[in-house]
Design a protein around this ligand. Structure first.
Ligand code: ANZ
Length: 844
């Protein structure tokens, strides 16, 4: 009895688009504006799409279709981020080659995306595992290497011998691997690192001017962690040596009561006095196994640990002798790995001073005097008495204020003034300078894995026996200190075929077990390839550039393609990528920019995160919870357009929302009504005033909402217009065609079908029909906002026309989430509608 046969109609239009090449990317035309609309491409996992994926993809597809109709040249591509651990784990378990798993999964993903009617240019599909993609990923690595931005380092890593792999800090619980509970040791391992820290300032500054969510901008800033302060030098008594500290509060210099070196600081063991040496050595060894997180957390019951080195430093201004301690709350990897401790004004220092009975000297008081409520951060609990420098400090006052107990020239200065004054005095004595520090660390860029891009580097091999053959295991030494780039003509450097993919017990990775691949001879000399592979992040750092020029065999992309399509105008994807992926991609882009390969300093102009779609139970969808909704099922029962409409109608795009299958019926009804209207056929008449107003207001609202990606309210407005047109036996053509155009980005199969029914389907169909235009003067408001009651309680609001019919009001109100929530499973006994006044449901 279904009027609208979604299966037949959707299949028909999908085939039509494919045959006609409707969504092939156009050649850029002089004078026409462009939009590059990009999705964060998926990792093709074994479980296929779930309903969370199409949310972002539908949003970007609506925008791509909308902009095509508005006359933009549009690039809207899709591909696969296909290196990664799951395929490798699967290979380890089953012996199936990761390549096989990956490309099978890709076939599933492609089929599912095609079934949803997205307007991708499938000719531009790519996978990061494709040979001709890997080639250019490796080429970019070599560009980084040649620019001095890829270096080897001995990084201390968490090596798990049982798992044969390096673990991230997050993967370790109480010194054991989260997976399998195996012991983990901190050990130095040769690694590749990309020098992202050289770009810290540019990465921070570049955020200015991007149209990104505030939360993501903040997350990036925090990750980069720019910190302004000073570096101060303390001479070490009787050694001729000195130590440098980084501080954000040079104004507190007079409050320093001791100094701290990180245990791993090179000076720690060196400066320890004879008597303290054994204790210091013991402490340094003990702290070597603790993670940074563990060392710096302020959790309850966590006692600060440390020990006196016995050394004394000279205060650069007072000349006072200050003891030098070592303690692991100071990290070797941040700043200079040493601090000047000011317990009165720093919580960690205060906790430490309390533990070891070190003096506390107050040198800042809150400005604004006593009890003015300004003294947050503990000031209120302090004695207010000036001069009581050594008074009992209960809580560190970490705020800004006025200098006290700091001597002439400093007392009475504000924190900012005092900092300036201290730094300038230190500068004149050559004991300090202004300094900016970043929390950002260099990016460890190697994995001891199989399923990743081989790093295109090799090293000379010294044979003990000149006749020996390293492939047979004859004694040799690999000269890791002489890395050599693979010649570009030899790219891509592909992975060797292997039988087993386990990491194994060589920390240099499982590729060490492919000696025929690893070792090669040139001019009678032996060389060894790098056996580490790139991390999964690599491929997603530049895929958007490849999309501009996927078929290019001579370069990753051409200058023209970059000029034609970059930057990305709209990037849609999950918030989980707010920091790393976006930061890494921005970093590569900036390097490519500096090397003259791309014209823009930033790759992604506007960024939008879709919210998460939760299971019906309000929990995150996951296999283990058994609450995963499969889009195949929804498409089968209700159709792709219904799924698309529902996901865009559920609520604001950015919001987290629970899936509610029963609400799909609401949008299906809407879709069916639009179709019915088109079946009735259009009447060529002038619009009556009421219809004219509704139409122009809808065109304005829908256009403005789409510009803001406010799709749920755009669809509501389309529902109102639809209900209005349902009152006509034959709706007026102008209004009906406008409705169909506006519906089509959301429900493109429906759009094409109706456009066809209305006799318009010439040329490229509705996909390229011009977008609607409204006249401001015809949008005069006739709408009101009414409270919607359920059993006498106002639950939500609805904006609708003053002249809306009772049926319209009910249809619009009953699908509102707040109404559904309170009427669900109940019977509506009575519906009351007083135009312009009230909407009310009585349920039992
Ligand atoms: C003296 C001082 C006095 C500090 C005061 C703070 C308050 P951010 O903002 O994160 O950059 N610090 C410096 N290097 C450190 C390291 N390697 N490990 C642990 N702590 C370190 O913080 C900089 C502040 O953190 C520095 O300023 C230093 O303590 C500490 F009233 O110096 B401060």
């Amino acid at each position: 009895s279904k009027l609208y046969n979604h299966k037949a109609i959707e299949a028909r239009w999908q085939q039509h688009w494919e045959e006609k090449g409707t969504f092939k990317t156009p050649e850029r035309t002089e004078g026409r504006p462009k939009k590059f609309v990009l999705d964060m491409f998926p990792y093709p996992s074994g479980s296929g799409l779930h309903v969370g994926h199409p949310e972002g993809y539908t949003a970007s597809d609506v925008m791509a279709r909308y902009w095509r109709m508005k006359g933009f040249d549009v690039l809207h591509p899709m591909g696969w981020d296909s290196f990664g651990l799951p395929a490798e784990q699967h290979a380890i378990l089953t012996g199936t080659h990761p390549k096989v798993t990956t490309y099978t999964n890709i076939d599933t993903f492609r089929r599912q995306l095609k079934m949803l009617g997205f307007s991708y240019d499938w000719d531009r599909e790519l996978a990061t595992t494709d040979k001709d993609y890997v080639k250019w990923t490796q080429w970019i690595f070599l560009e980084l290497f040649k620019a001095g931005l890829a270096e080897q380092s001995e990084a201390r890593v968490n090596w798990c011998p049982a798992l044969g792999t390096v673990l991230a800090n997050e993967e370790i619980i109480d010194g054991k691997s989260e997976r399998g509970d195996h012991p983990v040791v901190r050990t130095p391992l040769r690694q590749w690192a990309l020098k992202i820290t050289k770009y810290a300032d540019q990465l921070e500054a570049g955020l200015e001017g991007l149209n990104w969510p505030d939360g993501t901008l903040t997350a990036q800033k925090q990750w980069i962690g720019r910190s302004e302060g000073a570096s101060i030098t303390f001479d070490l008594e009787g050694t001729g040596e000195s130590m440098e500290v980084f501080t954000t509060r040079p104004d507190t210099l007079m409050g320093v009561t001791y100094l701290v070196l990180a245990p791993e600081h090179p000076l720690t063991l060196e400066v320890a006095t004879q008597e303290r040496r054994a204790a210091v050595e013991e402490y340094v060894t003990a702290s070597a196994s603790r993670s940074d997180l563990d060392r710096t957390s302020m959790g309850k019951g966590k006692k600060k640990t440390g020990t006196d080195t016995g050394a004394l430093a000279v205060h650069p201004i007072t000349g006072e002798k200050v003891p030098v301690w070592t303690a692991d709350y100071v990290l070797g990897s941040y700043g200079t790995g040493a601090v000047m401790a000011v317990p009165a004004h720093d919580e960690r220092d205060l906790a430490f001073a309390r533990t070891f009975e070190l003096p506390v000297r107050r040198v800042v008081k809150p400005s604004g005097g006593k009890g003015k409520g300004k003294g947050k951060k503990g000031a209120a609990k302090e004695e207010e008495e000036e001069g009581a420098g050594e008074g009992e400090v209960v809580e560190a006052f970490t705020g800004r204020g006025v200098a006290i107990n700091s001597g002439e020239g400093f007392d009475g200065l504000s924190t900012e003034e005092c900092a300036e004054a201290v730094v300038s005095q230190l500068e004149s004595q050559q004991h300090g300078r202004k300094e900016i520090n970043y929390r950002l660390r260099d990016w460890i860029f190697s994995r001891q894995r199989y399923w990743g891009e081989p790093i295109p580097i090799y090293f000379p091999v010294e044979m003990v026996d000149p006749e020996g053959d390293p492939r047979r295991g004859d004694d040799h030494k690999i000269c890791y200190d002489q890395p050599m780039p693979v010649d570009v003509s030899e790219l891509p450097l592909t992975l060797p075929e292997m039988e087993s993919f386990e990491p194994g017990d060589d920390p240099q990775g499982c590729l060490t077990r492919a000696p025929d691949w690893r070792f090669f001879q040139r001019d009678g000399k032996w060389f060894a390839r790098e056996t580490n592979t790139m991390p999964q992040w690599a491929g997603s750092c530049w895929y958007y550039l490849r999309f501009t020029d996927t078929k290019n065999a001579d370069a990753g992309w051409s200058k023209k393609a970059d000029k034609d399509w970059m930057p990305v105008d709209l990037y849609v994807g999950g918030q989980e990528h707010a920091v790393l992926h976006l930061l890494y991609a921005r970093f590569w882009h900036k390097v490519l920019h500096d090397l003259g390969h791309v014209k823009d300093p930033e790759p992604f102009q506007r960024l939008v995160h879709q919210g998460m779609i939760l299971g019906t139970d309000g929990e995150k969808m996951s296999k283990s919870r058994g609450n995963v909704i499969n889009p195949d099922d929804i498409v089968d029962s209700d159709g792709a357009d219904a799924l698309r409409l529902y996901e865009m109608f559920m609520g604001p795009l950015e919001a987290t929302k629970p899936w509610q299958t029963e609400q799909v019926a609401g949008v299906t009804r809407f879709r069916d009504r639009v179709y019915q209207l088109a079946r009735r056929g259009a009447e060529d008449v002038e619009l009556a005033p009421e219809t004219l107003t509704i139409l122009h207001k809808t065109m304005k609202k829908v256009s403005e909402d789409i510009d803001e990606l406010a799709f749920n309210t755009a669809i509501s407005a389309l529902m109102v217009l639809t209900n209005h047109l349902m009152t006509f036996e034959k709706p007026p053509r102008e209004a009906l065609e406008a409705l169909v155009r506006m519906v089509s980005p959301f429900a493109p199969h429906l759009g094409e079908e109706c456009w066809d029914l209305l006799g318009n389907n010439k040329g490229n169909g509705i996909a390229f029909a011009p977008w609607v235009e409204w006249k401001e003067e015809l949008c005069v408001s006739d709408s009101v906002t009414l409270g919607v009651q359920v059993n006498g309680k106002v639950r939500t609001e609805l904006e609708l026309s003053k002249t809306a019919s009772s049926d319209d009001a009910r249809a619009l109100a009953e699908v509102l989430p707040q109404v559904v929530k309170f009427t669900e499973g109940k019977e509506v006994k009575k519906f009351i509608y007083v135009p312009g006044r009230i909407i009310s449901f009585v349920v039992k």
